[in-house]
Design a protein around this ligand. Structure first.
Ligand SMILES: Nc1ncnc2c1ncn2[C@@H]1O[C@H](COP(=O)(O)OP(=O)(O)OP(=O)(O)O)[C@@H](O)[C@H]1O
Length: 277
């Protein structure tokens, strides 16, 4: 199948769910492109991310996966020389332009990075601080919300008796779950995860994977991963990006089982079977 046909297929898929009904997209991109100075990292991405589902973004190094993710909550605004073209809609509303409240956007669309990045403060303060900024004025309310978020992240039983300990004294996997709790505490609609397990040992990775699966349904998760087995285990939907003619492009997107078992595009077939890169 040529590239245009595959993208048409991706478009057709992305507007229908498994029963043929229109899919409920929470995020939609149209002709999304990212440039760093004169270099085009990503071009022409038309994609719909479905509400409450886990979408894995896969593809070889340099094909624009992280650039795609960082567009979705406009962290790209913080990169000098970076320019984003096209359209991104969250719940039908454009997130482009100067009128958008970026603090509110980033609360709605939280980000988890490859390397856990807790604040160099106590475990409790890692949650209390953002909740204060969110406007929760009563200490008891903030504490309740913090406990709830730690429970959601599967961390509460491990830290309940040492909330005043430094966050950096936690293991890498616990720090990553703390970062997920910190994001969840702000009640986001979408969680973006950029290789959230790649800095962790296999056991900690397994816990994060299990946590991502538990979050499914309540949050929309977009996870960039180089680990194809992980994408297959945790993702409902999978999108393959590829570097073609010097720019990253969306090649194919579909339900994960279809992408791995019956890929439509030859690049997907080769990539998921480890026959290239
Ligand atoms: N801040 C930046 N400044 C300049 N160029 C950048 C920047 N970030 C990414 N790029 C370039 O954009 C292209 C896409 O990078 P990106 O990190 O989005 O790809 P990726 O698929 O996530 O790669 P990887 O799998 O290696 O993390 C690359 O050529 C990269 O060098």
């Amino acid at each position: 199948m040529n590239r245009t046909a595959a993208i048409d297929t991706a478009r057709e898929w992305s507007t229908r769910d498994a029963t043929g009904n229109p899919a409920a997209a929470i995020i939609e991109t149209r002709q999304l492109g990212v440039r760093y100075g004169t270099q085009t990292a990503l071009t022409g991405v038309d994609m719909q991310l479905r509400r409450g589902r886990i979408t894995a973004v896969i593809g070889p190094s340099g094909c624009g996966k992280s650039s795609f993710l960082t567009c979705l909550n406009r962290l790209t605004d913080l990169i000098p020389g970076c320019r984003v073209d096209g359209e991104i809609r969250l719940d039908g509303e454009s997130i482009s332009g100067d009128a958008v409240d970026l603090v509110a956007l980033r609360r709605q669309v939280g980000m988890i990075f490859q390397k856990p990045n807790p604040f160099p403060l106590s475990i409790a303060r890692n949650l209390d601080l953002p909740l204060k900024e969110l406007g929760l004025r009563k200490t008891a309310d903030r504490r309740d919300r913090a406990v709830w978020a730690l429970e959601q992240a599967g961390l509460w039983s491990e830290v309940a008796d040492r909330l005043d300990a430094p966050a950096l004294s936690l293991s890498g996997g616990q720090q990553q779950r703390l970062c997920i709790a910190r994001a969840i505490a702000l009640a986001p609609a979408v969680l973006l995860m950029d290789e959230p397990c790649s800095a962790l040992d296999p056991i900690a990775s397994e816990r994060i994977e299990a946590l991502i699966q538990e979050l499914s349904g309540r949050y929309t998760v977009v996870v960039v991963t180089h680990n194809l087995a992980q994408a297959r285990r945790i993702a409902d939907d999978t999108a393959l990006f590829w570097l073609q003619d010097g720019a990253g492009r969306l090649i194919e997107m579909g339900a994960t089982a279809q992408m791995f078992e019956q890929p439509r595009h030859e690049l997907t077939q080769a990539y998921v079977n480890g026959r290239c890169c």
